[in-house]
Write a protein that binds this ligand. Sequence first.
Ligand SMILES: Nc1ncnc2c1ncn2[C@@H]1O[C@H](COP(=O)(O)OP(=O)(O)OP(=O)(O)O)[C@@H](O)[C@H]1O
Length: 572
Amino acid sequence: MKDVWKVLSRIFGYYPVNYSVITLIRIFGYAGLGLLSGLAIKRFFDYAAASALTPGIVYEIAALLIVIPLIQALTYSIDLALSYGWTEIIRSYFRRNLFRFVLEKPGATPLPVSHGKLTNILRSDVGVPESLMWDIPYFLAYAVFSICGLVMLAAIDWTATAALFSPLLLTVAAMRWLKRRIAFHYDRQQLTSDRFLGMLSDMFRHHEAIRINNAVNAFMERLGAVGEERAEAGKRNAVFNTVLASVYDNIVNVGTALLLLTIGTKMRTGDFSVGSFTLFLYFLGYVSGTIRLLGTTAAGFRKTESALARIRELLGDDHVRKLTAGDSLYLKGELPACDEVPLRQDVLQRIEVRRFTCTYAGTASGIRDISFSMPRASFTVVTGPVGSGKTTLLRAVLGLLPASSGELLWNGRAVDSPARFFVPPVASYVPQVPALFGGTFRDNVLLGYPDEGRLDDALQVSVLEDDVRRFPDGADTLLGPNGAALSGGQRQRVAVARMAARQAQLWVLDDSSSALDAETEIRMWERIDALRRSAGITCLVVSAKPFVLQYADQVIALRNGRIDPASSRLLA
Ligand SMILES: Nc1ncnc2c1ncn2[C@@H]1O[C@H](COP(=O)(O)OP(=O)(O)OP(=O)(O)O)[C@@H](O)[C@H]1O
């Protein structure tokens, strides 16, 4: 519960003045003016019962009953004007902060939650604290109204007042009793949604694998079953919430019955005026509102607790601060330029990797104690058996996996944040499995870079010129999801073309020609090598092909995550 209060106070911190004004306006609009209307109505009936109504009093009360709603309408408009758009703004802060966390993690580090859960947290959990925040001022307004009403009514008749307010005690008891069920139904609905969204994401990403393995029916059946489970949990949660709301709405009837029992005799004997009765009836509506808000606010606290527990799984310790960071959300005007990569002005002369160790959490797999250096324009080949740590080494150097120890030097100076540093135009990387997007061939290669001759150069390096000429719309041909319109070899070469178009100083290629025919592969490496020599590009390459090894200035042979000195040929 402490976390819930912390989040609420951070949300308050976004707009302290507006939020306070809105809370006061709601208290004034609902509680203050509401009480005034009640008193005016009581006055009217008291005078009427005593046959003492004069035209002056009628006009006065009628004027009050017209003016009060008009002022109330004004307070509602001010409330709306001050709070307009906050819902989306607060959710945007939370979503931005979650994206920031996810995107700032080293690229190859797995997320602590499934994709389905991540999508669901971004989609729905982020909205829960914010919606609680909006219920609180209404609850406060009704609570103030009820307390003032309690005092006023108790002064008239304390037994009748006790009868009227007794349902509030029942509500508190019901809330305590139902506390666990509220969290249970919320958690269950979210859990089944996580699973369903995870399956959908798998299906979109791997539709080809599902089709070629003739698993469409099996997959759809599973999706159907998970969907059913989700619908069932959603239905149960909705029914539970409706029952809860109707319990709260009907609890007030208990108060009404008790009130009538208490005042029945007194009214007959004239000890309870018609005006007082009207005032009690008038308050009845507000008491029922207070009960409902008490219920929804308490449920809001429970749901927020659950939502924050799920967010904590993603963000880890200090999740409240990470979730609610309230800096720079650009809602108006021009966006500032992107956070520039800290560009080193100095041209690469030498990269040194010293005693690098990087193991996967909870396993002994990875690389250990790796040291080597790469002078400018050198060609380093990493080889080794399957699972020996070649990809891990490349990713650790690029900062995509966090190294647990070791040092990385650029021209003799330590690189503090390799993940931010080793991006174009410093370095570019072709991963083992190329990631293509659903746009055109041109978009896939340039990925937002201006053309300025880059495309032609990149096509040349990646030996794609002839392929593109044969495409129906040339470079503007649509490639389909994940480059579905391309062969495996073409996909790999598009990834190489993308790397070439970045015009970086360091090229890192992870077995990027495995799907190419021998002739194309040899041509591609010839061209890469020629460009390396003419433009001074430094290459770090995973390959076991002899014609790639022939370009090598040094060979790093890995075995079980360590350099095998007998098979390696390292530069000094
Ligand atoms: N995300 C991961 N979590 C845990 N272990 C991993 C992970 N990724 C790789 N490994 C393990 O780390 C070791 C090195 O893997 P790596 O992918 O670096 O090998 P590789 O030499 O590139 O293999 P390949 O030739 O098949 O590409 C392997 O034992 C692998 O099972």
